[in-house]
Design a binder for this molecule. Structure first.
Ligand SMILES: Cc1cc2nc3c(=O)[nH]c(=O)nc-3n(C[C@H](O)[C@H](O)[C@H](O)COP(=O)(O)O)c2cc1C
Length: 365
């Protein structure tokens, strides 16, 4: 059989997956009231053939938001909406993780409750970055981010508690795992990176200090749901949303060791080059990471079935996540199995709207 390894089952922490073709987290901005509904249940259930669906980035609190029409997990209604999605996904035989999101400085007063100033490690604007807002006339669109304010030291326990409550709700909603989103230049990566974190307290300065918030979040989430149900997404070397980092390699090595020690279920690396703005990762980097992290290692970004199979055969990773291919191919696993042609995704319908470009991509049968 082609793609023997990619299509074989795997145990990830406490959860058994039927294959290693994972669905990458994909923001689709189709929940105007931040509550997932029947449309989301249908969309995700169509993709339940994936070994693990990782949900679109989901806001942990009202202040975590930088994009309108994205879902949340801080209210009872949102939790109930996700429960409906999980019933559909589990009913179709799938497994699903919730991606926990705080955008940090990729936001604007217009998206924040009562027009608050967005928070970040330091009061440094994300140069060239846009968030997604709704204007007073009801129209929506991209808008430059505003200058954030630095989180006060005594606000950090409350922030960590938001992640903890989100994990608690995710468990009640039926998610199999959670993924802590520490990638793509959002809040947790803003703490990790030297360019966005200029704090002089215990959350800034050294690698150990810059990593502290992420590790405290992981510990809090682990206390709620157990390490075997926690994953972390990182994107070392990524250069989007004005992010810069002088020590990505050192940070990766430190985090790999710390996350390994905590025995989390998986580490998910979003490779930088898919954005067109970051360098390609080398196999030396992947080998080094493999030596340091013994849990499930997932890679994502421009993967094909061939490339994912090679990654696993060479022992550099255990699974691959597919983003744009999953938008356009609800039956991606079956297409890989039959070595069939893939549908092309339409970028015009990635964000916003309804069923078009969302639940209407054809399957083989
Ligand atoms: C429409 C769209 C939405 C995305 N939303 C998210 C997201 O919510 N969270 C996240 O971590 N990455 C997000 N990403 C990045 C993808 O998870 C993935 O890393 C990227 O698409 C590269 O994989 P691919 O080449 O297989 O598409 C998004 C990408 C796209 C194209």
């Amino acid at each position: 059989m082609a793609y023997d390894k990619l299509l074989s089952p795997i145990i990830v922490g406490d959860v058994e997956l039927s294959n290693r073709v994972l669905m990458a987290p994909l923001t689709r901005a189709r929940t105007p009231d931040s509550v997932p509904g029947e449309l989301q249940a249908e969309y995700y259930a169509q993709r339940a053939n994936s070994g693990l669906i990782i949900s679109e980035a989901t806001n942990i609190s009202p202040t975590a938001r930088g994009y309108v029409y994205t879902p949340g997990i801080w209210t009872d209604a949102q939790e109930a909406g996700w429960r409906r999605v999980l019933e559909a996904v589990h009913g179709a035989g799938g497994r699903m993780a919730l991606q926990l999101w705080h955008v940090g400085r990729i936001s604007h007063e217009m998206v924040q409750p009562e027009g608050q100033t967005p928070v970040a490690p330091s009061a440094l604007r994300a140069e060239g970055a846009n968030c997604f807002v709704e204007f007073e006339d009801g129209s929506s669109g991209q808008h430059p981010t505003s200058t954030p304010r630095a989180l006060e030291l005594d606000e950090i326990p409350g922030l960590i508690d938001d992640y903890r409550q989100a994990a608690k709700r995710s468990k009640r909603a039926g998610f199999d795992l959670v993924e802590v989103h520490a990638a793509n230049a959002y809040l947790l990566q803003q703490f990790l990176a030297t360019g966005s974190n200029q704090r002089t307290d215990r959350y800034g300065g050294s690698v150990v200090n810059r990593a502290r918030l992420l590790l405290e979040v992981v510990d809090a989430v682990t206390e709620e749901i157990g390490a075997g149900r926690v994953g972390v997404r990182l994107s070392p070397f990524i250069e989007i949303f004005g992010l810069s980092d002088d020590e990505p390699q050192e940070m990766m090595r430190y985090l790999a060791g710390e996350l390994d020690r905590r025995k989390i279920a998986y580490l998910h690396i979003n490779e930088p080059d898919w954005t067109g703005e970051g360098p390609q990762l080398s196999d030396d980097f992947r080998r080094d990471l493999r030596d340091r992290f013994t849990g499930t290692l997932i890679y994502c970004g421009h993967y094909t079935a061939e490339r994912a199979e090679t990654l696993i055969v060479n022992g550099l990773g255990d699974a691959a996540a597919f983003g744009r291919p999953y938008i356009a191919n609800p039956d991606l696993v079956e297409r890989f199995r039959r070595e069939a042609v893939l549908n092309e995704p339409n970028p015009d319908t990635f964000y916003g709207g309804g069923a078009e470009g969302y639940t209407d991509y054809p399957t083989l049968d």
